[in-house]
Design a protein around this ligand. Structure first.
Ligand SMILES: Cc1ncc(COP(=O)(O)O)c(C=O)c1O
Length: 386
């Protein structure tokens, strides 16, 4: 019998990194040492406090049963305390729902909140589930290009009136993957105005909010009026180097949070309660760990930026996030051509074209290798004949 993926699965855009990954696998098979600056998967172990707390709770009675979809009261109270301390945003438990990582939250939101034919505003370049979740819900993604001249913020005024009228969700993501941009308060105020005018829901993906190297990024939820029409999505993945644990939360407007919870109750049964307890502890007591993780990424960022600037490249230092986003250093060369050359020299950089047409001309570096390996990458890039 022949099987075919569903129409909606077939509607996803093609995976542009496929050929690039084939070349990488071939080089690795030949035993070539490659510095992988491609994946945003934190490489360090999570903080000791987190691991010790998990171990201490492993033998608790009841932690191995189903969790509620929305998460333990203890977990949500710790999230509320963290959001209050970090952003001055006071939340009740009912305004918070656990996520099995933030990816599923982001991908499920259109299924819970849109109808076929609604428009979802998606930044490009941007995290792919904004668009794939929209396509699965039979809604229409509308690309908002993030350009250097707009500081990688979408130009909401440029959205055509007929699109804005149908826009049910506006996804924003700061600190941004992949551009490294942060959003000023004025931008979030514009999002609130836009959403009020058009009846749109704002979903602010703040997965990288704790990885900052200058001033701490603000949350969308700090904006006056934000909680009437939007939510923020936070993740433990990048903050505490725990991608495999799958712990995140969505918070903000109580009605929206409850709709998503109701949707998720049909798809998942929360997350292991031992994880929730450990995260609750680290959210209330782990501030010191956050600082040391930030310092580690800052040193890696500086190693790459300072090194490549010495090569004469124009590489901006991001103020936050896990990525450096810079223009292809050689005029006339595409991002894929450049990334292939870098790969031959033993360094993986992601070509902007893989993030969508409007991202051509850029390259992304993930700060997920040690400082020493970042220096090694610079050394190898310095050998490129451009
Ligand atoms: C912008 C953005 N949001 C969300 C996520 C999802 O992280 P997780 O599902 O591990 O919480 C990622 C992961 O790379 C991301 O880049």
């Amino acid at each position: 019998m022949a099987f075919a993926p569903s129409d909606r699965l077939r509607k996803l855009p093609p995976y542009l990194f496929a050929e690039f990954e084939r070349k990488r696998a071939a080089l690795e098979k030949q035993g070539k040492d490659i510095v992988n600056l491609g994946i945003g998967d934190p490489d360090q172990p999570p903080p000791k406090l987190l691991l010790d707390t998990l171990v201490a709770h492993l033998k608790d009675e009841g932690v191995h049963q189903y969790s509620s979809t929305q998460g333990l009261d203890e977990f949500r109270a710790a999230v509320a305390a963290f959001m209050k301390k970090r952003y001055g945003v006071a939340l009740e438990n009912r305004e918070i729902c656990l996520g099995v990582g933030s990816k599923e939250v982001i991908a499920h939101i259109p299924l819970a909140l849109t109808n076929p034919g609604d428009v979802v505003l998606c930044p490009e370049p941007g995290y792919p589930p904004y668009r794939s979740g929209t396509i699965f819900a039979l809604a229409e993604p509308y690309v908002m290009p993030l350009s250097k001249k707009n500081d990688f913020l979408p130009d909401l005024d440029a959205i055509p009136a007929d699109v804005a009228r149908r826009a049910r969700i506006l996804y924003v993501n700061y600190p941004n993957n992949p551009t490294g941009a942060t959003a000023p308060r004025e931008f979030y105020a514009k999002c609130v105005d836009f959403a009020k005018k058009h009846g749109t829901i704002v979903v602010s993906d703040e997965a990288y909010a704790e990885l900052y190297y200058e001033e701490a990024p603000v949350s969308f939820l700090e904006t006056p009026g934000a909680r009437d029409l939007g939510v923020a999505v936070h993740s433990m993945t990048k903050t505490f180097s725990m991608a495999g644990w799958r712990v995140a939360w969505i918070c903000g407007n109580a009605e929206l949070v409850d709709i998503l919870r109701g949707f998720k109750a049909n798809c998942d049964s929360g997350q292991f309660m031992g994880f929730q307890k450990a995260v609750a502890k680290v959210l209330t007591e782990g501030t010191g760990d956050m600082k040391s993780i930030r310092d580690m990424y800052r040193r890696r960022r500086d190693a790459f930026v300072e090194g490549t600037r010495k090569l004469g490249w124009d590489v901006p230092a991001p103020k936050a996030g896990l990525y450096i986003w810079f223009e292809v250093p050689k005029k006339g060369m595409t991002s894929m051509q450049f990334a292939e050359k870098a790969l031959e020299a033993g360094v993986i950089l992601l070509p902007g074209s893989g993030f969508g047409q409007t991202a051509e001309g850029f390259l992304r570096v993930a700060l997920t290798v040690t400082e020493e390996r970042a220096r090694e990458a610079v050394k190898r890039l310095g050998t490129l004949k451009l």
